[in-house]
Design a protein around this ligand. Structure first.
Ligand SMILES: [Zn+2]
Ligand SMILES: [Zn+2]
Ligand SMILES: [Zn+2]
Ligand SMILES: [Zn+2]
Length: 155
């Protein structure tokens, strides 16, 4: 599946749109003769139905597919896209080729590990922090240790 067009700043060139998902090409590949380009995942799924180009119905198979030309990759990498975590409050607009590195340390990522600063120091995904309770957590740690001690005393 490609990237939602509405996430991009300004107009996106028609050549960079996948005809299958209508999104901006993700990991694009190209059919050799007609030069139509598709997301790798989209065309792979399409081929499970029929071995043709979805646009002009010429015969194409997986073996025919090749990477898109460098100029197209360059155009894609320069597009400005809104962060995946925009719904969680991230206002970052980054180049498409920087999206992955931004996502890996985007502070609005709900799954980013954070450390509890209320005292227990537990590390957890950010979206679990509101439900986190230090006392409860520490109590379960103590309980685990007591169980372990009890087991040690048995042997
Ligand atoms: Zn697609
Ligand atoms: Zn085609
Ligand atoms: Zn972000
Ligand atoms: Zn805590």
């Amino acid at each position: 599946m490609g990237y939602d067009v509405t996430r991009f700043q300004g107009d996106v060139d028609e050549d960079l749109i996948c005809p299958i998902c209508s999104g901006v090409l993700e990991e694009p590949v190209q059919a050799p003769h007609c030069e139509h380009a598709f997301c790798n995942a989209c065309i792979t799924q399409w081929f499970s139905q029929q071995q043709t180009c979805p646009v002009d119905r010429s015969v194409v198979t997986v073996a025919h597919l090749r990477p898109v030309p460098r100029i197209m990759r360059n155009m894609l990498s320069k597009l400005q896209i809104a962060c995946d975590n925009a719904v969680f409050g991230c206002s970052a607009i980054v180049r498409l080729d920087n999206l992955m590195s931004h996502l890996s340390d985007c502070e609005h990522n709900p799954k980013r590990p954070v450390t509890c600063e209320q005292g227990c120091g537990l590390e957890m995904p950010k979206d679990e922090l509101p439900n986190h309770n230090c006392i409860k957590h520490l109590r379960s740690v103590v309980q685990q240790q007591q169980t372990r001690i009890a087991e040690l005393e048995k042997t």
